[in-house]
Design a protein around this ligand. Sequence first.
Ligand code: UDP
Length: 335
Amino acid sequence: MRILVVGGAGYVGSHMTKLLRETRHEPVVLDNLSSGFREAVLGAELIVGHLADRMLLERVLRERRFDAVMHFASSIQVGESLADPARYYRNNVAATLNLLECMVHAGVSCLVFSSSAAVYGEPARAPLDEDHPRAPVNPYGRTKWMVEQVLGDFDRAYGLRHCCLRYFNAAGADPAGLLGERHDPETHLIPLALRAAGGALPALQIFGTDYDTPDGTCIRDYVHVADLCRAHLLAIERLLGGAPSRAYNLGNGAGYSVRQVVEAAGRASGRPVPVIEAPRREGDPTRLVADASRARAELGWRPKYDLDAIVRHACAWEQRSARRRVPAAPSAVRS
Ligand code: UDP
């Protein structure tokens, strides 16, 4: 399959590009490098450009004859989306609309879209299945739900078939150690906990200890990035086989509290994680756990990695990245 990987220099997109290469497909990455990294694109062509660049998109889609598009590019921070919603509607909705129209013009009719558990908002039940009401509670989640609705309309009107993959908490790193999570600034729990354990941060802040959970901290469903990527491959194969559009939850179905993740980070790094208890972070639901039985039944997707494996792989990646961040010793100065 020849696949356009939009946002393929970012966290999940770069792992996907690597998997596509390993499975003998032909990925081409389109990324504006606003939050992705050139060196994360392993063994694939990188086109540097923005989704809002209509002429570029029209040309790339017309000339390359892609079988499908995988769309990973988006702004992803809930807090930032509350402070600067315009950026989220522009990057996540308007730019995606541009991509979809260009796909229709070029006759590319299959898309896998990175959606999010944020489309559900504050859960009315746990675990969450795909039919749970979509009632996002922040602009980030609303952008993902809007795109899902646009996709439904594009399917009905233009026959653009799609899979919306609703990620729970994407985490971990390439098991072979070549890629990992890299955000600037980093806001995610697992990398920050590992940095605190390694001494790169004075302490991890635990956002809220008064939630209605057994230990008072938020519960999330952490899913390995490599498992997410395998689900994308299964989804695109299913679409290209003629299956109808569908949304799938991607999570392990197991919920872990922030404190449990902190303990796992301590085990993986061999050092305790220093923590500070801090107020709740705005926009954080108490508990998000996936019912991923639809992906299991229809895609045959079974996540391979549990929380300990996720944190172990993330730890190996953090330790490598920390070594790279240490400046080389100055070379001898000649007088
Ligand atoms: N979290 C935390 N301290 C941090 C970062 C995150 O306590 O420095 C908590 C956050 O409140 C949430 C969970 O960890 O309950 C996962 O947050 P993350 O930002 O990794 O992912 P999100 O759930 O926002 O997608």
